[in-house]
Design a protein around this ligand. Structure first.
Ligand code: AMP
Length: 113
């Protein structure tokens, strides 16, 4: 299953290897291949959704956000804090067009932009 040619669909399906740190019925969490912080996890829905702009299922939105919290706590980021972000579209800086949340932590994060 998944959208042909979508790298994150292939990661969900296991055709491309990843370091999976979290999985439930709806989403997976993997380590980013090019981490921007000591901890950098991506949370992907198992179904193909191109970006936040195409997300319309409130239950899945909740699953993604609660998975971000669960992963942050699992990764030991609860005490010092962390950031959850999703880049959307060209000007948002999105490079992979399968919706994902970034969970970043392990150092002091600066402003957005
Ligand atoms: P964005 O630019 O917000 O679309 O984020 C895409 C992220 O996917 C980047 O942080 C990349 O480093 C990451 N990425 C791309 N390919 C892979 C891969 N095969 N495994 C893990 N992370 C990846």
């Amino acid at each position: 299953m998944g959208q042909e040619g979508c790298i994150f669909c292939r990661i969900v399906g296991g055709a491309i290897p990843s370091e999976r740190v979290y999985e439930d019925d709806f989403v997976i969490g993997i380590r980013d291949i090019s981490p921007q912080a000591p901890t950098h996890i991506l949370i992907l829905p198992k179904i193909h959704i191109a970006s936040l702009s195409e997300l319309d299922d409130p239950a899945l939105a909740g699953q993604l956000l609660l998975a971000a919290k669960a992963i942050a706590l699992q990764e030991g980021l609860g005490a010092r804090g962390y950031r959850v972000a999703t880049n959307t579209g060209e000007w948002g800086g999105q490079s992979v067009f399968h919706l994902h949340l970034h969970v970043l932590g392990g150092r002091q994060l600066k402003g957005l932009g």
